[in-house]
Design a protein around this ligand. Structure first.
Ligand code: GSH
Length: 196
């Protein structure tokens, strides 16, 4: 049994999308940042950092977006979301490392320097280039991870259409996917409580 602890609009959106993409049965545990659910002792016992997401696998907690995406894609290999061959999988890891470290850090840096944030998304835009998906022709968990952070940045910074054209086209492609639409509907219905 899989159980996802998530907060609408936050990093946990990525595994939430992946669960819908895979059609995996799971239980939802939405947390409220406003009510400090993520600081409750019961949650800290699962995730001592007090962050989302956490995935329970038969009651055992797994934390960190990259690890959860890797676990889900590997557990449902028929969906081929982890890349395919070893080289493609390495490229998925390369993308997800970039998103989790460079891009996420630059997103947090918006509080002191929006220029740092924009520069990092510029690198992501150039790295993606004209490809349909992060790997080229094949959709993978790297696309889900990249999309979630750009979704957050885009809704916050409202960049012009020409500022990040490759990320913008990728965003549009992602928004046509049923799993993405479904996740956004569910999370919006619960309500976003995201920091500025
Ligand atoms: N390295 C973690 C980062 C997760 C993270 O930053 N989660 C944020 C939401 S986007 C959070 O839970 N923040 C709550 C807090 O810090 O109080 C991962 O990739 O899972």
């Amino acid at each position: 049994m899989l159980t996802l602890f998530f907060a609408p609009g936050s990093s946990s959106m990525a595994p939430h999308i992946a669960l819908h993409e895979l059609g995996a049965p799971f239980e939802s545990r939405p947390l409220s940042f406003a009510k400090q659910d993520h600081r409750a002792p019961e949650y800290l016992a699962l995730n001592p950092e007090g962050k989302v997401p956490t995935l329970l696998i038969d009651g055992r907690p797994l934390t960190e977006v990259v690890a959860i995406l890797f676990y889900l894609a590997s557990s449902f290999p028929d969906a081929r979301l982890s890349g395919g061959d070893v080289e493609a999988e390495a490229h998925v890891l390369s993308w997800m490392s970039f998103v989790a470290s460079t891009l996420h850090s630059a997103w947090i840096a918006r509080r002191t320097s929006i220029d740092v944030t924009r520069a990092a998304f510029g690198v992501a835009n150039d790295r993606l280039g004209p490809r349909e998906w992060a790997l080229g022709g094949r959709y993978s968990i790297a696309d889900i991870h990249l999309f979630r952070l750009y979704w957050r940045f885009r809704n916050w910074a409202n960049p012009g259409g020409n500022e990040f054209p490759c990320l913008s086209r990728h965003y549009d492609r992602m928004m046509t996917r049923r799993a993405v639409q479904r996740t956004l509907e569910i999370e919006a219905a619960i309500g976003y409580e995201l920091p500025a």
